[in-house]
Ligand binder design. Structure first.
Ligand SMILES: Cc1cc2nc3c(=O)[nH]c(=O)nc-3n(C[C@H](O)[C@H](O)[C@H](O)COP(=O)(O)OP(=O)(O)OC[C@H]3O[C@@H](n4cnc5c(N)ncnc54)[C@H](O)[C@@H]3O)c2cc1C
Length: 293
């Protein structure tokens, strides 16, 4: 309700061109990009967390990983969280200043995601469904302004085995149920405890609306909380979509693809223009690659 109506273009494009799914899931996209990158001569090192971005005389000179390895570089592009990236910058005063100005901006909410596998097939349930709460404006206010965890969340239900049977073993189906929840800067909660309870809330809503014998069919289940977004991805306050896409944080007002002061430090991904979502981050990657080249 506070976002610029320019974002309604997304709905228009989805109506016009449809919504695309990579057969095999998002991992297939990742694998495809890695294969292309390696074919071009690139090398990917996994499980090497960057701990510091090294700098000298107003330029970045490489990165240091948590295991202590140093890699020199002519340019650095960060796909990590914006606040985290500036906190890692060796150029401490500037990094701290930038991180603290970013922390004052508004961040998108987090998500609570329950992944589950069921015995049986559900041809009547589409690949994508939204189970709307009876409340709309009030629900959004709970999440964005009141820091309240809704008992009646709107749920996006993902059912990829509806169109891609390889996503589940034969005779089984795979789903995730996604509920937007306040981020950790608003709702400070012990998600290790709360997560188990909220998972029941979400699953009960799917049961009541769509799959009456869900609990009897449940074969496997795990959940992902705002704390996991923070711990696994370094996401500031566990936000799932980085900076909130309001007018004053969009386009030129979002983080620039090249840092304003350090000419060889670049950014890419959800916190930059145009913003979160796979088409958005691929667009930002094209823009950043263009600048670097
Ligand atoms: C459950 C869910 C469903 C979604 N569904 C859709 C959808 O249907 N369609 C759509 O368009 N979008 C969807 N999105 C949004 C989309 O996935 C994100 O907007 C997009 O992945 C963001 O891309 P990114 O490159 O900015 O960040 P990420 O994809 O999070 O990539 C950042 C990478 O950087 C790594 N990293 C972070 N810090 C460091 C560090 N210090 N050192 C080394 N590596 C680091 C992380 O491990 C991560 O791999 C969904 C998101 C979620 C959570």
């Amino acid at each position: 309700m506070k976002t610029s109506s320019i974002y309604a273009l997304i709905h228009r494009l989805e109506q016009k061109d449809g919504v695309w799914f990579a057969r095999g899931g998002t991992n297939t996209l990742v694998k495809g990009m890695v294969a292309l990158f390696e074919r071009l001569g690139g090398r990917v090192e996994l499980s090497q967390k960057v701990a510091n971005i090294l700098s000298q005389n107003g330029r970045v000179t490489g990165v240091k990983t948590a295991s202590g390895e140093r890699h020199e570089a002519e340019m650095v592009a960060s796909n990590g969280d914006l606040v985290q990236t500036y906190e890692m910058l060796e150029c401490r005063d500037y990094g701290r200043r930038r991180a603290s100005s970013l922390r004052r901006k508004r961040f998108s909410p987090s998500l609570f995601v329950v992944h589950f596998g069921l015995k049986g097939n559900f041809p009547q349930i589409a690949h994508h469904s939204i189970l709307f709460s009876d409340r709309y404006g009030e629900l959004v206010t709970d999440i964005y302004d009141r820091a309240k965890l809704p008992e009646d969340p709107s749920i996006y239900l993902h059912h990829p085995s509806a169109t891609d049977p390889d996503m589940a073993p034969s005779g089984h189906s795979t789903f995730y149920a996604l509920a937007p929840v306040p981020h950790l800067g608003h709702l400070v909660a012990d998600w290790s405890e709360l997560g188990t309870k909220y998972r029941e809330t979400v699953l009960r809503r799917v049961r009541d609306r769509l799959i009456p014998d869900l609990f009897e069919r449940l074969d496997t289940c795990f959940h992902y909380t705002p704390r996991d977004f923070e711990a696994d991805l370094g996401a500031h306050v566990g936000s799932a979509f980085s900076l909130e896409p309001r007018l004053t944080q969009s386009a030129w007002f979002r983080a620039h693809n090249r840092d304003d002061l350090i000419p060889n430090l670049f950014f890419v991904g959800a916190g930059t223009h145009p913003g979160a979502g796979i088409p958005g981050v691929v667009g930002s990657a094209k823009a950043t690659a263009g600048l670097m080249i």
